[in-house]
Design a protein around this ligand. Structure first.
Ligand SMILES: Cc1ncc(COP(=O)(O)O)c(C=O)c1O
Length: 347
């Protein structure tokens, strides 16, 4: 029985076409900016996300952490969604690497409003208060189930940040999913931000790699921080080639991942599983185990035995299934059949 791995879109393995691109890559010493493939990827991504320059990095976590460091001073306050990856999945990195105070904003579907930002900032004239310095938005938002920020809401937060003198970072690990789902260019989203993270190893299907983008001035500082954080590499074109291949070939396939997630959600819902179709906006499907009267661990183990991998979320009763390049239409058919059958035997 084929195991259908819906635990995360990080599960993808490079396809034969991507492996060929990797094998053919021209390389050089990227620390010296002599790797032509890295240089090409950086230029492509900067234009793609509407920024002047981009810096190639091993992971999106490093991209986020470098961005925060660029935009702040120790003791400053970072405002972000309470369940953001930055706050709950980066091991306190904002505090460790940048000395930031993390101030969570209550969010709905991973989103908060410009007014919430206005209300949350400290008065800078008050010498007892830390300085509210920057805001981060996560789009798509992981914890809420791959939900998308409408561009007008991003623009409103960006306007508030300008008014208040706050920096604005986009954790766009899944920015391309947001752009495809929203029917807008990634640059129309990215241009509102001071810094943008883009990850290559999720829906885009690369084995690793991410970029941070911003102004030329900020990115020259980012290159120093990259070295400081231990992320300056050598013949990294071998990996950047996968990124270029992904931009050329895999962005267009994200719409298929989204359609498969919707079909999975509809199939499970039709079979009586507790899935809220309203919440399926990109490549995530959330399954609420509460109405089943089963614990998350029991459901995950039951589905694993049936050959379907799901993973947990921060929500006490929600599991998630993510579609990605290694999940085919046949896999979705099989998951639609197997999961309700396996769970019916448990309840
Ligand atoms: C929204 C978001 N940001 C950042 C990251 C970090 O990516 P990486 O694990 O490649 O560092 C992830 C990983 O899942 C993520 O979902």
């Amino acid at each position: 029985m084929r195991f259908i791995d819906l635990r995360s879109d990080t599960a993808t393995r490079p396809t034969p076409g991507m492996r060929e691109a990797i094998a053919r890559a021209e390389v050089g010493d990227e620390q010296k900016r002599e790797d032509p493939t890295v240089n090409e990827l950086e230029a492509r991504v900067a234009a793609l996300v509407g920024q002047e320059e981009a810096v190639f990095l091993p992971t999106a976590t490093m991209a986020n952490q470098i961005a925060l460091r660029l935009l702040s001073e120790p003791g400053d306050v970072l405002l972000a969604d309470e369940w953001s990856h930055l706050f709950i999945n980066e091991l306190g990195g904002p505090a460790v690497h940048s000395g930031l105070v993390m101030q969570p904003l209550v969010s709905t579907a991973g989103r908060f409003s410009a007014d919430q930002v206005r209300e949350a900032v400290w008065d800078r004239r008050d010498t007892h208060r830390p300085i509210s310095r920057l805001v981060a938005i996560e789009n798509t938002n992981n914890s809420s189930g791959g939900r998308v920020w409408p561009v007008d809401e991003i623009a409103a937060v960006a306007e508030a940040c300008q008014e208040l003198g706050l920096g604005l970072h986009l954790d766009g690990a899944r920015l391309m999913n947001a752009a495809v789902a929203g029917g807008v260019g990634a640059d129309e989203i990215g241009r509102h931000f001071d810094t943008v993270t883009l990850c290559l190893s999720k829906g885009l299907g690369c084995p690793l790699g991410a970029l941070v983008a911003g102004s030329e001035e900020r990115m020259s500082k980012a290159r120093r921080l990259k070295h400081l954080f231990g992320g300056a590499m050598r013949q990294a074109g071998i990996v950047a080639a996968a990124g270029i291949y992904a931009l050329d070939n895999n962005v267009a396939l994200l719409a298929d991942d989204h359609a498969r997630a919707r079909r999975l959600a509809e199939g499970w819902q039709a079979a009586g599983l507790p899935v809220d179709l309203e919440q399926v906006e990109t490549n995530f499907v959330q399954l609420d185990v509460e109405p089943l009267g089963l614990a998350k661990g029991t459901v995950m183990a039951t589905l694993k035995d049936a050959g379907v991998g799901l993973s947990s979320t921060v929500h006490p009763t929600r599991l998630r299934a993510l579609t990605h390049l290694d999940v085919s239409d046949e896999d979705i058919d099989a998951a639609i059949e197997r999961a309700p059958q396996a769970l019916a035997a448990r309840v």
